[in-house]
Design a protein around this ligand. Structure first.
Ligand code: DGY
Length: 322
């Protein structure tokens, strides 16, 4: 039996590609430039599986041009780059990499929240520009983390991990809003209380967005929502760009409607809204919340395992094709 072919759409750990070669003929992306859609369609010809990242869009057009495709395996927990109904309708299995990045992403979300509240990036840039000439009582004053109210929008695995950090590590009061309320024992573990969305926006000193992107969560935070927030509040987004209306946020930061923000994700990334680049009171990072060596390796390994298993191979399914 000859080996089935798969496409690895972006560069990934060479060891992981080698492991895939045990089971498959592997075509890699040599330059790690994101394929254009016509390139992706062309490269997928004859492939039964694709190893993807969040920057690889799998939609009806891609699928219809490649009816032999059986599995798309995303090296990410988020999968809004997949048109899941289109995949389902064509019998294409979609997989993702939950759990392995939960704590790492929560660490980063918490760090970003602290950086925004305590103006760490803004003050560091000031120092590097050589503008620091004296100590003064009101220089870069921010707002406290300990004892403050943290609001979490989207209380899945990562939201819960951020809640635990806030409540158990920093003595924060934690409130959350989610599509559905958590079970009482889970709320107790996170020391988190369920509130409606308007209360979340009004009462949060530090709002953290961890809700997956979907049609329903598109611009869940826009001008109307920002208008409900405290002028001293911070907003942190480690979910997906489209959940926050970046233009409205830039406006709210510029007018000091809210005090600060920290963003790891953007609408239309890697482009960043020019209004966000202009304002000083926002920390901007290039979608790296899961970027530790150990976690990225765990994500890649899991995405490879998913691809192998979904195509009917792996340790419990006999030997590799010769
Ligand atoms: C994820 O896993 O969804 C992260 O955003 C990394 O892409």
């Amino acid at each position: 039996m000859s080996k089935p072919s798969v496409l690895v759409c972006r560069a990934v750990f060479p060891e992981v590609v080698e492991r895939l070669k045990t089971w498959f003929e592997v075509e890699s992306n040599p330059g790690d430039r994101a394929f254009t859609k016509p390139e992706l369609i062309e490269r997928l010809k004859g492939k039964v599986g694709a190893f993807t990242t969040g920057s690889v869009t799998i939609d009806a057009e891609v699928l219809d041009a490649n009816p032999q495709l059986k599995v798309v395996s995303n090296m990410a927990v988020g999968y809004n780059n997949f048109d899941v109904p289109a995949c389902t309708a064509r019998g294409v299995l979609c997989t993702n990499t939950p759990d392995v990045l939960t704590e790492t992403t929560a660490d980063f979300g918490f760090a970003l929240m602290m950086a925004a509240a305590r103006r760490i990036a803004e003050s560091e840039h000031y120092l590097r520009r050589g503008e620091w000439s004296k100590w003064s009582y009101d220089m870069f004053v921010g707002s406290d983390i300990h004892g403050a109210t943290m609001g979490i929008l989207g209380m899945g695995r990562i939201g819960q991990a951020i809640a635990r950090r806030g409540a158990l590590g920093f003595g924060m009061k934690v409130i959350y809003h989610n599509r559905s309320r958590l079970a009482a024992d889970v709320e107790a573990q996170c020391k988190a209380s369920y509130v409606d969305k308007a209360t979340l926006l009004r009462e949060s000193d530090h709002l953290v967005i961890v809700v997956p992107y979907s049609k329903e969560s598109h611009h869940a935070i826009g001008a109307a929502e920002l208008a409900l927030m405290k002028p001293t509040a911070s907003l942190t987004n480690v979910a997906r760009g489209g959940v926050v209306d970046d233009a409205a946020l830039a406006q709210a930061l510029e007018s000091r409607q809210i005090a600060a923000a920290a963003l790891d994700v953007f609408e239309g990334e890697p482009k960043v809204h020019p209004g966000l680049l202009r304002v000083p009171n926002v920390v901007l990072t290039p979608h790296i919340a899961s970027a530790t060596v150990a976690t990225r390796r765990a994500m890649a390994d899991l995405a490879a395992d998913n691809l192998i298993a979904a195509l009917g191979f792996g340790p419990n399914a006999g030997n590799p094709p010769s």
